[in-house]
Design a binder for this molecule. Sequence first.
Ligand code: Q46
Ligand code: ZN
Ligand code: ZN
Length: 323
Amino acid sequence: MTPPNCVRCKTKAVIRMREHRISFCREHYLEWVRAQTEHVIEKYHMFSKEDRILLAVSGGKDSLALWDVLYHLGYPADGLYINLGITEANDYSNQSQFLTEKFAAERGLNLHVVNIPTTYGSPVPTLALRTKRGKYKPCAVCGLIKRNVMNRIAREQQYNVLLTAHNLDDETAVLLSNTFVWQSEMLLRQMPVLEEGNGFSRKAKPFCRFTERETAAYTILSGIDYITDECPYSEGSKQFLFKDILNRMEEEQPGFKLRFYVSFLNTKKQGYFVNPNPEMDKPREMFICPECGSPTSRDDICAFCATLKENIAPRKSKKTETP
Ligand code: Q46
Ligand code: ZN
Ligand code: ZN
């Protein structure tokens, strides 16, 4: 079969997207990704060039691609890299920090770095190991730490928008897993944009409509040097199973993931997902955590600080020790 031509300039295409029935050369593909991102930012009213934007960057393909796209579109986004202190998988954390710093320096972008071992005394896997939640896998504690750090930096540095580079594969895997067990509260909250409230900045996901293949193609075709190793703790994650199911559906029916996600959002927009307790949508009474200054719904230290305390002084009772 003759390779397809770029739909714009008719030269040989480097990427063909069956889900959109289009093919592009390198130059027009990069242009298309940038234009589509701008379209998503405007469609979901994510942010404008006047906002103070902070992007969580991991050194991986998605976050560096998003930072590059925003840079080309003229959105003044600063980066936040969190070094988790993971040394396995070829010195994973230091290597990804190095690549993120190199990316930022090459473009003159502003990057905040938070080092978890220096700030909290131990790397994430060690912090997690000493807690009940992270006894077998550090991911739940890691997620809690990352969210706390992102919110804290946004608050301290007055960023009103916090971005993550979740792509369509991530979003549909979460959607599928929540649908399987009818996690209605999570389904209600899953949106491309979460408005600011209760002391937290607005959160947005400008890559939510691009597949992982599309973001990877952007990173490679742009010549961005990114970390190819996965975090060693991601192995065995249920997310991979859901992604695999969705990839098989996509193979059979190109465009399946996008239809699944967009029809979910449209159904929600039509009012089919309604909170049975409207009181829950109202701004809640919030407190300030006396330890870290985070807004919290608990009239006590926040969940993050409670986890760290558990870590510093593990509870001794048998009940606490039992998983
Ligand atoms: S970084 Fe952290 Fe992930 Fe690694 S320890 Fe688990 S949660 S897998 S996105
Ligand atoms: Zn072209
Ligand atoms: Zn706290």
